[in-house]
Structures are given as structure tokens and as C-alpha cells.
Design a protein around this ligand. Structure first.
Ligand code: AMP
Length: 313
């Protein structure tokens, strides 16, 4: 395992791998690695010849300075875990390496409009500019690669996909499913900051998603009803302070014009000292619950035909 703190050395290391014909998998993280991160690294190791994990707590994406100060940092353990999951390189730069003028904000930053608005974008102003800027920098240093991101941060995934498309970056984005604890709580580096009681209460985020999904599966199509059911579950513990519950079109992240196709349910809530998010998806195929128009027409035609037949006899 090689741990690199210089962007120039990291870029050179990956250039050398590609020059030898090896494909590169990149797993950007903020460290405090858990099984969710490891699932990304393991997948990258299955699909690429060389895997590089980046560990960088990006100050630009934190609006709340106490969240930044209290974000868990444990590089030695991260290096160990990344290696055991199949990574060969860890890029762990200091803040000044990524932002030479720090604490002055960089002169150049990246803003992705559209998918970054609403949801986390509305609750955390500036957050996705920070994400897009650091991801653009990491991609620029790493060069041509496949980059692995978790669906756990669904809106971030959409922002990164848009960034890559709009800037023609030579990166293929690979989305990986959310890894959960036994009670459904999505794994997160922030979970270590929860007390045992808060940890138990946090499972309500997943129950809220389940409430919405099961109502949709039963055929409920009124989004106000779905959101109300989700909010009831999210408000079930006084330890939770709900932020939003939303149902959106998975592609646009906007309210769907019809309840059809691929939908994403998303929730956010504050639990004790931390803010947690979660999401899950469902594909609604309208004919599952309704008789298609063409079937109604053909049944009616068949009825008319058989009635006519009887009249003729
Ligand atoms: P973070 O360190 O929180 O910035 O996350 C780094 C990457 O790991 C992001 O692409 C996250 O979406 C992903 N990730 C975080 N938690 C999970 C999880 N529970 N399951 C799958 N991926 C995750």
C-alpha cells in the first residue's frame, strides 16, 4: 500500500499505471471508512487493475464549522482497511495541497445547476459547489479512470454525473448500492457520533423510506399521502428533528409530473449532534395496477362483436 500526499506524485503514479496498460479505479472518500466505503473499493478492485482511494475531508462542502471540526479522522485505520479491501494507493492530501490559498476560498470553483438545487442543496447552501469543486480537482489529478460513488448520496451522484458530462471529463461514473446496518440504518461516518439511544432512533430514516415504498407498492399514487406516511415515521421519536421527506423523479430530482417510471424517495433529519440522510428507489410501471387502455378497447370490441354475432343468429 502506498500513501501519497502530493497531487503531483499521485498524478504521476496513476499515469505510470495507465502507461503500463492498467486500468484505474478511483474511490473518493472523506475517510473514517466503513463497510459502505469498502463495498465501493471491493467493486473497484473487481473491475479495475489498480484502485486508488482518496481520503480528504473537504472544508469547502461544510457549511457548519462544528460538523467539519468534529468529522472523524483516522487515516492509519483507513489505510489498513482500504488495503484489505483491495486498494493499492491512498491519496491523502493536506488541505493546503488541495487549496493553496486556504483558508481563502479558491478563485475557481465549480457550480452544477439543476440537480444540485432542492433537497440537500436547499438545506445546505454551497454544499454542492464544494463537492463539485473537489471532485473536479480529484478527477483532474487522477486522469482517465472509473470512479465509484455510493447511491447513499443520491443527489451527489447526480451532481457528479452532470459535472462529468458537462465538462467532458474522461471518467466513467459507477453507482453502488447503499450498505445498511441490520436494522436498515444506512452506514455513515457520522453514525459514530450518535449515542446508543440516538443510534436506535436513527433507524426511523429507513423506516420512513419503507413506509413510502410500501404505500407505492400497494398502489397509492397520491404523493401528499406518501409524504405524510413518511413524515409520521420520521417523527416517531422525539430524538429526531425531520428536515425533508421527498419523492422525486430519479433522473431530474424534481417532483414527478406523473407517478410513473423511476422514482426516488429521500429523507433527511437531525439526530442529536448529526444530520443524517437516506434514500431508496422504486420503478412504477403503470400497467401493474391499471388495465391498459388498449386492453379495455379490445375487450369492448370483442363484446360488441360477440353481441353482434348473437343478434345475427
Ligand atoms: P463520504 O466519505 O461520506 O464522502 O463517502 C464516500 C463515498 O462512499 C461516497 O460515494 C458515498 O456515497 C459512499 N458511501 C457512503 N456511505 C455509504 C453506504 N452506506 N453505502 C454505500 N456507499 C456509501
Amino acid at each position: 500500500m502506498r500513501v501519497i500526499s502530493s497531487a503531483e506524485v499521485f498524478a504521476h503514479a496513476l499515469d505510470t499505471e495507465r502507461a503500463c496498460g492498467r486500468s484505474v479505479g478511483l474511490v473518493p472518500t472523506m475517510g473514517a471508512l466503513h463497510a459502505g466505503h469498502l463495498s465501493l473499493i471491493e467493486r473497484a478492485a473487481r473491475e479495475c487493475d489498480v484502485v486508488a482511494v482518496t481520503v480528504f475531508v473537504n472544508p469547502l462542502q461544510f457549511g457548519d464549522s462544528s460538523d467539519l471540526a468534529n468529522y472523524p479522522r483516522m487515516l492509519d485505520a483507513d489505510v489498513q482497511l482500504a488495503g484489505s479491501a483491495g486498494a493499492q494507493l491512498v491519496f491523502a492530501p493536506e488541505v493546503e495541497e488541495m487549496y493553496p490559498g486556504h483558508p481563502e476560498p479558491p478563485s475557481t470553483s465549480v457550480h452544477v445547476s439543476g440537480v444540485s438545487e432542492g433537497l440537500e442543496g436547499a438545506s445546505r447552501p454551497g454544499h454542492f459547489d464544494g463537492v463539485a469543486t473537489v471532485v473536479a480537482k480529484l478527477f483532474s489529478v487522477a486522469g482517465r479512470c472509473r470512479a465509484y460513488f455510493g447511491e447513499k448520496d443520491f443527489q451527489q451522484l447526480a451532481v457528479v454525473r452532470t459535472l462529468v458530462r458537462d465538462l467532458c471529463l474522461p471518467v466513467e461514473i459507477v453507482a453502488c448500492p447503499t450498505v445498511r446496518e441490520v436494522d436498515g440504518l444506512a452506514m455513515s461516518s457520522r453514525n459514530v457520533r450518535l449515542s446508543p439511544d440516538e443510534r436506535d432512533a436513527a433507524a426511523a430514516l429507513h423506516r420512513s423510506l419503507e413506509a413510502g415504498l410500501s404505500a407505492l407498492r400497494r398502489g397509492e399514487r397520491d404523493l401528499d399521502v406518501i409524504r405524510r406516511l413518511m413524515r409520521i415515521e420520521l417523527s416517531s421519536s422525539p430524538m429526531l428533528e425531520p428536515d425533508y421527506v421527498e419523492v422525486v423523479d430519479a433522473r431530474t430530482l424534481r417532483a414527478p409530473s406523473v407517478v410513473d417510471g423511476e422514482l426516488r424517495l429521500l429523507v433527511a433529519a437531525r439526530v442529536g449532534p448529526v444530520r443524517l440522510i437516506d434514500n431508496d428507489g422504486i420503478v412504477i410501471e403503470s400497467y401493474e395496477f391499471e388495465t391498459p387502455v388498449r386492453d379495455i378497447v379490445s375487450v369492448a370490441a370483442a363484446d360488441a362483436h360477440s353481441t353482434g354475432d348473437r343478434k345475427e343468429r
